[in-house]
Design a protein around this ligand. Structure first.
Ligand code: DP6
Length: 329
């Protein structure tokens, strides 16, 4: 009972930051992301009688007990559905270099979800697979699909309508997504905890949720029109608003490093010089840039020269999660 699946990381253009149900990872508002071709996780799930407990290997090393517990809890959802009790060996490798401070729970849980159900001989529709991946991590629901993807907030308390769906596939628009690495230190607070803390203590949380419908609508329009300026403008606005929430939480969470701000300024400077490039920042110090593929080299070389920038990874839009092999024993 073994299967291997690959899923790609994604960068949210309209951010998910707030849960209506913490146990089920149900978002309060919708989000829209772009799937990243060059950042992926390949995971094999093997259900084995010989094992006593679930084992998680991450990039060739045994994962921390905390990470193993999280994956074990997720595998329980698959075991319940498949009515099996076997422990599993989960072997996960990231395509992006270790120690870069990049870790994607989205590509991890999307690949574990797909490899897990196949190893357990289950078949799920893409929407049901997205719903399952969401239980591992909210953003993983989006990594089931390629290109531009929308996650719905949904209304149901069981989360059956809080699933992602594709908006446009990876061939729709040749844009580049450039991840600028500015720090390899662990971030101040994980996303789950950070969004719960922001929701409880930031005075701006209500305004964040109220303004999300407009951001989603604008992003839809920008994608339909392939309008990079419109897309980039709303993506920057959504990122900065999300960081305004963490900065206004009590106590504040500061995800940025000095280099993060330097990169924001460099992007604005490039725009002044006529290069259409925009930024997005998740819950950490790294900045992801969006530009037309024709501007990739000029953006990359401008960013590489900035003191504090430790690396630049260029990606295109990537595909959804897929299985590589299936074996039954
Ligand atoms: C800033 O999906 O990691 O990347 O659902 O608690 O696992 P959990 O959170 P997670 O949060 C992602 C936050 C974000 C924005 C986004 O991807 O939409």
């Amino acid at each position: 009972m073994k299967a291997t699946a690959v899923a790609h990381a994604n960068i949210a253009l309209v951010k998910y930051w707030g849960k209506r149900d913490e146990a089920l990872n149900l978002p309060v508002a919708g989000s829209i992301s772009a799937t990243l071709l060059d950042l992926s996780t390949c995971t094999s799930v093997i259900f084995e009688e010989e094992l006593e407990n679930d084992v998680l290997m991450l990039n060739g090393q045994r994962a921390s007990p905390r990470a193993e517990r999280r994956v074990s809890g997720f595998l329980d959802l698959i075991r319940e559905r498949a009515k099996i009790r076997l422990p599993a060996r989960v072997v996960s490798e990231n395509s992006f270099p270790a120690g870069t401070g990049l870790a994607s729970s989205a590509s991890a849980f999307a690949s574990i979800a797909l490899a897990g159900i196949r190893a357990a001989s289950l078949t799920l529709s893409p929407a049901k697979l997205s719903e399952l991946a969401r239980r591992g991590s909210g953003s993983a629901a989006r990594s089931i699909f390629g290109g531009f993807v929308e996650m719905k907030a949904g209304r149901e308390s069981d989360g059956s309508d809080a699933v992602a769906a594709p908006l446009a596939d990876e061939g729709y628009w040749p844009i580049s997504l450039i991840v600028v690495l500015s720090s390899t230190d662990p971030k101040e607070m994980g996303s789950s905890e950070g969004m719960i803390h922001s929701a409880r203590t930031s005075p701006y949380y209500g305004a964040w949720i109220e303004s999300s419908a407009r951001d989603l609508e604008e992003t839809h329009q920008a994608i339909i029109a392939r309008d990079l300026e419109r897309l980039g403008t709303v993506a920057e606005h959504s990122s900065l608003k999300m960081h305004a929430l963490t900065l206004s939480a009590r106590p504040a969470i500061v995800y940025w490093e000095g280099t993060t701000v330097t990169v924001i300024r460099a992007v604005r400077e490039l725009r002044k010089r006529g290069v259409p490039v925009y930024f997005s920042i998740d819950a950490g110090p790294q900045v992801t840039l969006l530009c037309e593929s024709g501007s990739t080299e000029s953006v990359k070389s401008a960013l590489e020269g900035i003191p504090g920038v430790q690396g630049v990874l260029v990606s295109a839009l990537g595909p959804g999660a897929r299985c590589l092999e299936e074996e039954s024993s």
